[in-house]
Design a protein around this ligand. Sequence first.
Ligand SMILES: C[S@@+](CC[C@H](N)C(=O)[O-])C[C@H]1O[C@@H](n2cnc3c(N)ncnc32)[C@H](O)[C@@H]1O
Ligand code: SF4
Length: 467
Amino acid sequence: MSKISGVAIPAESLRGDPGAADLIARYDARAPRYTSYPTAVQFSPAVNARVYGEWLSAITPTRPVSLYVHVPFCARLCWYCGCNTRAVAKASLVSDYVQGLRREIAMVRALMPEGVWANALHLGGGTPNMLSRDDMVDLFGDLKRAFRLAPGADIAAEMDPAVLTRDWVRAAAFHGLNRASLGVQDLSPRVQEAVNRRETFEVLANAVGWLREVGVRSINFDLMYGLPRQTTVDVLSTLDRVLSLRPERLALFGYAHVPWMKPHQKLIAEADLPGAVARLDQSLAAAERLRGEGYVQIGLDHFALPTDELAIALAQGRLHRNFQGYTTDAAPSLVGFGASAISSLPQGFAQNETAELAWRERVQADALPTARGVALTDEDRFRGELIERLMCDGAVDLNAVCARHGRSLDELAPALAQIDGFEADGLASLRDGAITVTPRGGIFVRALCALFDTHLNREAARHARVV
Ligand SMILES: C[S@@+](CC[C@H](N)C(=O)[O-])C[C@H]1O[C@@H](n2cnc3c(N)ncnc32)[C@H](O)[C@@H]1O
Ligand code: SF4
């Protein structure tokens, strides 16, 4: 747990600041989103099925595990999408995939010690509500039998409101669904047309109504800025409409344009993309509006009502960051299932085959579908904690983290030498062994984290830009 708590990553208005363009020019380098450290770019085949199997068998049953299930299917492909997914029309393809998941769950469980139990389950994608009601019920049944989900466990699913049904929501709630995350992005028809996504406010409001009706306790909306043809007015008018539904949480993601990794993003005309200054304006205007509505900013890109667990965790310095973004989940082991799913165990990270076909072939041959990963060194754990605290709290007590990991502050000298530049620009301060991001610097926190990333330099060009 961090000694520094409750400061959030401030994002006070740089709007209208004449220095903003210059800051962007100098700090808008490409940097990872730091949902892990080392990041997925460092994964290699050295972590294979044998290594992952050993890690699974070393899980201690005294602490709960968290579960993640990836569903790589959607009803349509949004052109901006950076997720591992594809559009499918045939329901039988999704059903076959669920049968593969059930095999994988049995295989993974058999490798773990007796008594392992779970306190959190997250269905992500893609679009988990592409699963038929029957397949979803079978999947929940297997997961519950295998992992004894604790009463009151967090059970969450990402959903596309455009293909959600009341029947699906009711069945999921019967199996314990208590959190939902709905994709919204932008409600302007002009922007939706430029990204091949159609979703009306009415469809969203219906989805929220069904989720509230069954008592889902926390609803999140994903919004985006930096989309083609999007303006600050679009972002604010989308916010105006969705805030009337009073979601407990909102995520505000900057569009990551990485066509060299996601070729379908080439369908987006680069000339339609807002520039860095316009993106900054969109994100700061949205953050300002959300704070005005009583939402607390959580880390870089999330917002929550003060009564939501995420806001409470932030105030208590126990916010975490994992592959799904900001979380209250502190479980030492996250076990992932499905194509491309990433597991995070105390020994390191392991990722399944990304391509569905390759994943399926391995699972059908009763082999763990692990393709790559990275084993953590003590130095990775040390730097990973520094980066996680900066990303979560916007501040880090270097002495405390060094003491916890038995490291010396001297090891950080090359990074600390570069903080001068951030200080001179009023973006961060270094005092008494603690780094604090200033209100002006909130938006550049990934660039600050990158100073501590010893793996970064070779791969910097592959990440999306900071702002
Ligand atoms: C799995 S989807 C959410 C659920 C559902 N599939 C939907 O879109 O309605 C995950 C979220 O990632 C975000 N996202 C996808 N591609 C992105 C990109 N290239 N840059 C930033 N955010 C992105 C979107 O906000 C999206 O809602
Ligand atoms: S944003 Fe959601 S619905 Fe659109 S392609 Fe990506 S995962 Fe599918």
